[in-house]
Design a protein around this ligand. Structure first.
Ligand code: CUA
Length: 336
């Protein structure tokens, strides 16, 4: 009885300490959505159970090691114990009950996180190697940054142009795989609750630049969001370079081609125009309008030495007409 009392007290103390440790290491980032609060409630319940089970096992093992150790030259056998139905029933029923209880909590949280509100903001998400592109069908705006109003539910309708990607903003807690093919369009609902800057990360290994497949997410007040929409709608660039820049940022080109000279999956565009590049086949080519146009619509025809082939999508001639191509080339040309 004395041992049971000491062990119980120690288990309680170590449970509290372990939970304090788990809470202090910052495993979970800030809660920035309605869903995050629900999911964290579940996580915190799990942390308590984990703390208790860890303490229960380690305290009993360590206590037994010290208190019931062999003393002096005592070589007698311990007490011989055979089966106990009572014990077996208890250690079957308690874990069974716990697991059933947790599956109930899990189902309840899942139901709460997937509640759909009638006035959700629609955003169509396209994922590709290696970029995110966001389209607002209600405003006909396309962008590579996800702008969201605070406290309003957003409905993402997501598809991929190539392989499987996964939409994940840790602060919102929710995550959804993004699959290629029109029969596999996926939806994700969440409500941002905290104004701030976040990052959408790709959470599914999708090739060479998977680790860099990040895009900014900006959660702003309803008024700021409306201002952004108005500015976007009002600011249609008139000059070729501006039009080209817009096309480039809408289509995720900078996921692979940097604008600041840093190396990426593909060559940087800074200072590219007018240079002479050595190609993978040993020949060299001058980077002029004709070469750039060819490089966009037939990306595998003239690969620059040191860069991989068959990485850039080869269907851009479907997206861009000659005018678009001329704007984008004008933009690349301006990066000197
Ligand atoms: Cu896209 Cu990993």
């Amino acid at each position: 009885m004395k041992h049971l009392a000491i062990v119980s007290i120690l288990v309680v103390i170590f449970t509290l300490l372990t939970n304090l440790f788990l809470q202090s290491v910052g495993l979970l980032p800030v809660e920035a959505s309605t869903q995050a609060t629900i999911i964290d409630r579940l996580f915190n319940t799990h942390f308590w159970i984990i703390s208790f089970l860890f303490s229960l096992i380690t305290v009993i093992v360590v206590y037994s090691l010290f208190v019931f150790r062999r003393r002096g030259d005592d070589e007698t056998d311990g007490k011989f114990i055979t089966g106990s139905n009572k014990l077996e029933i208890v250690w079957t029923l308690i874990p069974l009950g716990t697991v059933i209880f947790f599956s109930f909590l899990g189902a309840q949280s899942l139901a709460e996180t997937t509640i759909i509100e009638p006035k959700a903001l629609n955003v169509n998400v396209t994922a590709g190697q290696w970029y995110w592109s966001f389209e607002y069908p209600d405003f006909e705006i396309k962008t590579d940054t996800l702008f969201l109003p605070v406290d309003r539910q957003v409905k993402l309708t997501m598809t991929s142009v190539d392989v499987i990607h996964s939409f994940w903003v840790p602060e919102f807690r929710v995550k959804q795989d993004v699959l290629p093919g029109e029969n596999f369009v996926k939806e994700l609902y969440f409500t941002p609750t905290l104004v701030g800057d976040y990052t959408v990360r790709c959470a599914e290994l999708c090739g060479g630049a998977h680790a860099y497949m990040n895009s900014p997410v900006k959660v702003m007040s309803e008024t700021d969001f409306q201002d952004w929409v108005d500015t976007e709608l009002g600011s249609v660039p008139q000059d070729p370079v501006g039009k080209g820049q817009k096309l480039v940022s809408q289509n995720g080109c900078v996921g692979c081609h940097s604008l600041d000279g840093s190396d990426g999956v593909g060559p940087t565009w800074l200072g590219l125009f007018g240079t002479t590049q050595t190609l993978a086949d040993g020949t060299s080519v001058k980077v002029d309008e004709a070469y750039l146009k060819n490089a966009i619509i037939k990306p595998n025809a003239q690969i620059v030495a040191g860069y991989p082939a068959n990485v850039m999508p080869s269907n851009y001639f479907d997206f861009f007409d000659d005018e678009d191509l001329a704007y984008m080339i004008a933009f690349i040309k301006s990066l000197q």
